[in-house]
Ligand binder design. Structure first.
Ligand SMILES: Nc1ncnc2c1ncn2[C@@H]1O[C@H](COP(=O)(O)OP(=O)(O)OP(=O)(O)O)[C@@H](O)[C@H]1O
Ligand SMILES: [Mg+2]
Length: 259
């Protein structure tokens, strides 16, 4: 059984066919990058997997289960988490508060039970906080822990987005342009964390990125979309030398980028 499988996905917005019969298979434990020019349909693909969009046609299965039958909150319970291309954090809240919010799907005790079974709710809360602190340590966000999101540089906000998704303890992580707005140094750290998330945490990653050095450095496989269609799929070296991909997206200069 395939781990995550997208079959013949089509979605239209008025006259625009954002995805046109797109198929993709993701193996458990791999980093699969999805690349392509602006408007190729990459974010739309993530929006379909995370159930924000309803495709017109096609099928998406996770471990054999048809996830198009599920609602967005049920997708996160299955262990599929994502970051957003346009940051979706609470800007008036602190880093730790935003990361704790990533744990909301695990919360069992409501306000009433918190009042009655105070001890149980308290233990649950401690567990959530411990997990959030682990994420803060993992992404080396300690110095920013109590700062409000709105006061942080964009690159750090992107990391907090990643932290909020990791707090979900996902099995699959969809990362949408996490490196955009990051400095060279932050991007180099991000490359290491992506490999750590894959290898140490055992998370399967689907990466949407325009930074080809990052893509070529961390990907096991790469799928290429152009105008909502699959145009290529393969190992980084194959993609870099694929003439159709070079013409549609990479250009001759990027084609020689090495990790
Ligand atoms: N909600 C929507 N309503 C109308 N059109 C949409 C909507 N979502 C996406 N589209 C259109 O679908 C196409 C694909 O957009 P998408 O955001 O998926 O591209 P992308 O590959 O993520 O591009 P980028 O690299 O710039 O982020 C674009 O033409 C876009 O305008
Ligand atoms: Mg996008």
């Amino acid at each position: 059984m395939k781990f995550l499988c997208v079959q013949n996905l089509t979605i239209r917005f008025g006259g625009v066919t954002a995805l046109n019969n797109v198929s993709l298979e993701v193996n458990e434990g791999e980093v699969l990058s999805v690349i392509g020019p602006n408007g190729a349909g990459k974010t739309t693909l993530f929006n379909c997997i995370s159930r924000l969009y309803n495709p017109d046609r096609g099928k998406i299965t996770f471990q054999g289960q048809d996830i198009l039958k599920l609602k967005a909150h049920e997708i996160s319970r299955l262990g599929i988490a994502r970051t957003f291309q346009n940051i979706e954090l609470f800007t008036n809240m602190t880093v730790i508060e935003n990361i704790l919010l990533g744990r909301h799907i695990f919360r069992r005790s409501g306000l009433l039970s918190q009042a009655i079974f105070y001890g149980k709710a308290w233990r649950e809360e401690i567990g959530h906080r411990r997990k959030a602190e682990e994420v803060i340590d993992f992404l080396e966000l300690q110095v920013h822990r109590n700062k409000r999101i709105g006061r942080l540089p964009y690159g750090v906000q992107k990391l907090v987005e990643l932290g909020r998704a990791l707090a979900l303890e996902p099995r699959v992580l969809l990362m949408d342009e996490v490196s955009s707005g990051m400095s060279l140094e932050e991007t180099q750290d991000l490359m290491i964390w992506i490999k750590d998330i894959q290898e140490d945490l055992g998370v399967t990653i689907i990466l949407v990125e325009h930074n080809m050095r990052l893509v070529m450095g961390v990907s096991d496989r790469i799928a290429v979309l152009d105008y909502g269609k699959n145009i290529a799929e393969g190992q980084p070296e194959e993609i870099q030398s694929n003439q159709e991909v070079i013409n549609a997206y990479l250009g001759e200069s990027n084609a020689v980028v090495r990790s």
